[in-house]
Write a protein that binds this ligand. Structure first.
Ligand code: HEC
Length: 143
């Protein structure tokens, strides 16, 4: 039992390292990744649905939404995302490494990781992370 748990942990670690590794190494098996292989990522078509599913529950303008209450970050719209938190911007157009919005998805900010409390590994699916990163790299447009 204990060994199985350890193996599971190692697998998780390997998977999340994999996420960090290469942006471009996408295989045809990842069908959902068409958007990443071809052209431009669209905010409304590709990015917003991910945010809706994984972020808006805590980042909407209501006092009971934990993320909004604590940081002021409203992810219900493009404008809210670009405005950032009460401390400052979370998107640096063109630079996904410098953007807190995408940095926190792989947990590089003092252990803070988003979406908070998602699952055991606490990491968004690889293809979603890559989609969000690519959108930022392409200039974080309202497209
Ligand atoms: C279960 C609730 C929850 C979910 C879901 C969630 N967040 Fe958060 N988020 C928080 C909380 C709470 C904070 C404030 C953390 C703090 O300041 O300690 C926060 C803060 C943030 C910040 C600001 C961090 C900073 O440096 O000030 C960003 C950016 C962020 N979240 C992005 C996201 C993204 C992107 C998603 C979806 C992929 C997401 N969050 C999903 C709860 C959540």
């Amino acid at each position: 039992m204990r060994i199985r748990i350890m193996i599971g942990g190692a697998l998780m670690a390997a998977l999340s390292l994999n996420v960090l590794a290469e942006d471009q190494a996408l295989t045809p098996a990842h069908n959902a990744l068409n958007v990443l292989q071809s052209g431009e990522v669209s905010f409304s078509r590709d990015v917003m649905p991910i945010i809706q599913d994984y972020c808006v529950s805590c980042h909407n303008p209501s006092p009971t939404a934990k993320g909004y209450a604590k940081s002021g970050l409203d992810l219900t719209s493009y404008e809210g995302l670009m405005k950032g938190t009460k401390f400052g911007k979370v998107v640096v157009p063109g630079d996904s490494q410098a953007s807190t919005f995408t940095k926190l998805l792989t947990g590089t900010n003092k252990g803070l990781k988003m979406p908070m409390g998602l699952n055991a590994s606490g990491t968004l699916d690889r293809q979603y992370i890559l989609t969000l990163r690519k959108w930022v790299k392409q200039g974080a447009k309202n497209n």
